[in-house]
Design a protein around this ligand. Structure first.
Ligand SMILES: Cc1cc2nc3c(=O)[nH]c(=O)nc-3n(C[C@H](O)[C@H](O)[C@H](O)COP(=O)(O)O)c2cc1C
Length: 463
């Protein structure tokens, strides 16, 4: 157990990083140490750092003290230390809050998965604990016909995020869990993953402050300032399976990405199914927002009157008529405009297929957590990937197929796409101008079944 001093969270993370660093050093794998935001990199810190290493090395339970919190990002090249790229996470005051349940290790692992992002905040997952394993499934009963189907790339991206979050938290808590992807179990339909979790009751103090609980979407405007080059380097180095990241921070390619999003968005506003999913997910009133099962319109950064307008056009029959006079063009222009002004855009590219989408989802969450930890805002755009998937499945209206095919060719060139690769997600990123409202999550009782509890107790919780 770590003893923590007043800078407890910092200490905790620094200790983790140092442990990792020592392990890498012993494995002979390192040559420079990258310290992220919130780590003071004054001369005294640099001078102290080797002391931290030796103190931590001697005693893993030592209370560390170090200079107070700070602001930017720095690389510490040293000849003695070999290479490891580390991010020390900053802490923030507020994280997603959930209705009460005892804060044991299992609950925290479920909470971490439940904090993952999902299309329109649909939270299509369900967690099942049988006393030894935690399974992640699709909640057909709750989300069928309201969002993407179970084996769609969009759902698998979300599930990848769930898996990444649980893996990060178990790693952080030092729990040796085993992951089995797509377990073959006819009793559990649409089971994406199963974690075997040993019977460990950890000290979960401060666990809720892990950066994964601070990850969030920011659809508001960003500052013009470019992203620091060393951060771009770290991002570009991230990967999962065959999924990789490309960062665009020059005006030419950003214009190219904006065009792709505008085209895909024009098509999107003419597709009934997608429009109806959005309509069902929008939450306009405070009372509906509190139910925590959809997209709070306050997170959408609508202009004055935008709320009413969105409410009006969210009905398919209305937008269908307005589309005759080209409203979809206006909506697509509004949707893509923030991208044209972004200091950078990130593309997540990877293999097609279920495993490719899941890996991309893991990478998406990892990247997003790191970006938010560095104080960088993230706004995902799935619309291009969605149209490409629809094209493949013959689900684009016939009159629009040519437009999507042309977009596909342009995208392949822009992203330098290899064979069997696809675009999984685009992100607008930049330094935020404000803290946006946070999307809520459903109460844990709605997404978690504990089979070790008596049936009567479970039914009570589900109500
Ligand atoms: C597969 C997927 C697709 C998404 N597509 C979009 C999108 O096109 N536009 C957008 O603004 N947000 C998009 N999001 C973000 C979700 O709306 C967001 O994660 C969700 O509302 C929960 O909010 P949070 O990220 O703040 O926790 C997407 C997220 C996922 C996982």
């Amino acid at each position: 157990m770590h003893r923590l001093c007043q800078h407890e969270l910092y200490d905790c993370y620094i200790l983790k990083i140092i442990e990792k660093f020592i392990a890498h050093q012993h494995a002979g794998r390192c040559s420079s140490l990258v310290l992220a935001k919130n780590v003071k990199k004054t001369d005294s810190f640099i001078a102290l750092f080797p002391v931290f290493v030796s103190r931590a090395h001697r005693s893993r339970h030592h209370v560390l003290t170090y200079p107070a919190a700070p602001h930017s990002h720095a690389t510490l090249p040293t000849d003695r230390l070999q290479t490891i790229k580390c991010v020390i996470y900053p802490t923030r005051p507020s994280a997603i809050t959930y209705p009460t349940m005892p804060p044991n290790t299992l609950t925290y692992l479920v909470k971490s998965g439940h904090a993952a992002p999902s299309a329109d905040n649909s939270q299509p997952w369900h967690f099942v604990w049988d006393g030894e394993t935690l399974s992640i499934t699709y909640d057909t009963e709750r989300v069928q016909d309201l969002t993407f189907p179970p084996r769609s790339p969009a759902t698998l991206l979300s599930i990848g995020g769930v898996i990444e979050n649980i893996s990060q938290l178990s790693d952080f808590l030092g729990i040796p869990i085993k992951l089995n992807l797509f377990p073959d179990d006819p009793r559990v339909p649409n089971c994406y993953a199963r974690f075997s979790i040993p019977d460990i009751e950890n000290n979960t103090r401060n666990t809720g402050q892990h950066p994964l609980f601070h990850r969030h979407t920011n659809r508001f405007s960003y500052r013009k300032e470019g992203i620091a080059t060393d951060i771009v380097q770290i991002l570009t180095g991230l990967s999962e399976g065959k999924s990789r990241i490309r960062v665009f921070n020059e005006s030419g390619p950003i214009r190219g990405v904006t065009e792709l999003i505008r085209t895909a968005s024009e098509v999107r506003f003419q597709i009934r199914e997608v429009h109806e999913w959005l309509e069902k997910s929008l939450r306009f009133t405070e009372e509906d927002v509190k139910k925590a099962d959809g997209l709070d319109v306050r997170t959408l950064n609508l202009p004055p009157g935008g709320n009413l307008f969105l409410q009006f056009i969210s009905e398919w029959d209305r937008i269908k008529i307005l589309n005759k006079v080209g409203i979809y063009k206006l909506l697509a222009a509004i949707d893509s405009r923030p991208v044209s002004k972004a200091p950078a855009v990130v593309a997540i590219i990877g293999d097609t297929g279920d495993r490719g989408s899941m890996d991309a989802g893991r990478l998406l969450s990892r990247l997003w957590i790191q970006l938010n930890s560095h104080g960088i805002a993230v706004h995902p755009y799935y619309v291009v990937s969605d149209q490409l998937t629809r094209l493949q499945k013959n689900k684009v209206p016939e009159k629009l197929v040519g437009q999507v095919e042309e977009m596909n060719i342009k995208g392949n060139q822009l992203f330098d796409m290899g064979e069997n690769e696809t675009l999984h997600m685009l992100l607008r990123i930049g330094y935020p101008t404000c803290q946006p409202p946070r999307s809520l999550r459903l109460p844990l009782e709605k997404v978690f079944t504990d089979l070790t509890k008596p049936q009567s107790e479970r039914e009570l919780r589900g109500t």
